[in-house]
Design a protein around this ligand. Structure first.
Ligand SMILES: NC(=O)c1ccc[n+]([C@@H]2O[C@H](COP(=O)([O-])OP(=O)(O)OC[C@H]3O[C@@H](n4cnc5c(N)ncnc54)[C@H](O)[C@@H]3O)[C@@H](O)[C@H]2O)c1
Length: 341
């Protein structure tokens, strides 16, 4: 089969640091076009990696014949863009959060289904080596059932990440809709569902804007989760961990504890109730400062080439988003929110 012809929409931080270089490094993909209203960003990518630059995705769609697209734009644009590309018969890889409402997520899934294209969501946490190792350990069954857990994701906020710094869309409520919860919380709702092979049954949450100024988006959240299996735990998302950012998960199981990302250099630690301690050096978790290949792009290209639906599907992205939306409902109502089975 000839190379997959790819376009990238939005040429900001995630496109520049992961999507575009990872397509460029994939021998089976060819970068053919980029779109960004700040066309100089699209032009810069075209100059470095080849292909054409456009100021809008509509113009790109009208002029280019492509097989696949990466949508790396502000959250509120994910759904309309994903639907437009799916309707044009293009396979879609959309960044997380896949959408900002449940209805949008369902429309995206339906558009992909109707048009016979794949919809994949960029939940790269699943593919990080420490997370892959921890899943392998839990799936082996030797730790027994997971009883309780905590999972958290925090950093100083998008100011130092987004190409627009403090002026970023990340702080504009009408463009981001979800703040730290859309940026970081949804990574962890997805990861915990995946790691435990379980679904979130109930959510209670406190969500607020504690420290960022001149913004209506959340910068902190602490959520209580009850899983279908009965396991209970906490999920934390924070944009105000100005020192000592965190991407860790600890699971207390029947036969011991699994610690992920708690000690630098020993990414996964297993302490069994019989006293045995196992440490695994499997490679660091990506941070904003230190990027490692996400694996998401290779998985997307492979799924198209092999005509195998992507494992991080639209349905998966939607379930992970629903947990975050339920947390906002809990914050708004002061109630524990049950998720649909
Ligand atoms: N998977 C991850 O780990 C991860 C990490 C960071 C960001 N993201 C997600 O990626 C998406 C983009 O975030 P980012 O960090 O790259 O943001 P960013 O602010 O660095 O870049 C966003 C880019 O989108 C462009 N844009 C705005 N409107 C557009 C439009 N109509 N058409 C085309 N481009 C448009 C902007 O000009 C900018 O260049 C977000 O949804 C974010 O949640 C995912």
């Amino acid at each position: 089969m000839s190379k997959i012809r790819v376009a990238v929409i939005g040429c900001g931080a995630i496109a520049q640091r992961r999507h575009i270089p990872e397509y460029a490094a994939n021998a089976q993909a060819e970068l053919v076009a980029y779109a960004d209203p700040r066309i100089e960003r699209a032009r810069e990518m075209a100059e470095i990696y080849g292909g054409k630059a456009y100021a809008s995705y509509e113009e790109l769609l009208a002029n280019e014949k492509i097989d696949a697209v990466s949508i790396c734009t502000p959250n509120y644009l994910h759904a309309p863009m994903a639907v437009a590309f799916a309707e044009a018969g293009v396979h879609v890889l959309v960044e997380k959060p896949m959408a900002t409402t449940e209805e949008e997520g369902k429309q995206m899934i339906e558009a992909a289904r109707k048009n016979g294209v794949y919809l994949m969501v960029g939940h790269n946490q699943r593919l990080m080596p420490p997370h892959v190792k921890a899943k392998e350990i839990l799936d082996s069954g030797r730790l027994g059932k997971v009883l309780t857990f905590r999972t958290s994701f925090g950093h100083p906020g998008p100011e130092a990440w987004s190409v627009d710094g403090r002026d970023s869309w990340f702080f504009e409520k009408d463009q981001a809709i979800l703040g730290a919860m859309g940026d970081l919380g949804v990574h962890k709702s997805d990861f915990i569902r995946y790691l435990l092979n379980d679904e979130v049954a109930e959510v209670a949450a406190f969500i607020g804007t504690l420290h960022k100024e001149d913004t209506a988006v959340d910068d902190n959240a602490t959520c209580l989760l009850r899983m279908k299996s009965g396991a209970i735990g906490t999920l934390v998302a924070s944009w105000t961990q100005y020192q000592g950012g965190d991407n860790s998960t600890v699971l207390w199981c029947e036969n011991g504890v699994v610690k992920i990302g708690t000690v630098s250099g020993d990414e996964v630690i297993v302490e069994l109730t019989n006293g045995t301690v196992e440490t695994y050096k499997v490679g660091a978790m990506a941070t904003n400062e230190k990027q490692v290949p996400s694996g998401v792009i290779d998985a997307f290209v492979e799924s198209i080439l092999n005509q195998t639906p992507p494992s991080i599907s639209g349905e998966e992205g939607l379930r992970s988003l629903q947990v975050i939306l339920a947390a906002f409902e809990s914050q708004a109502t002061g109630q524990i929110v049950k998720l649909q089975p």
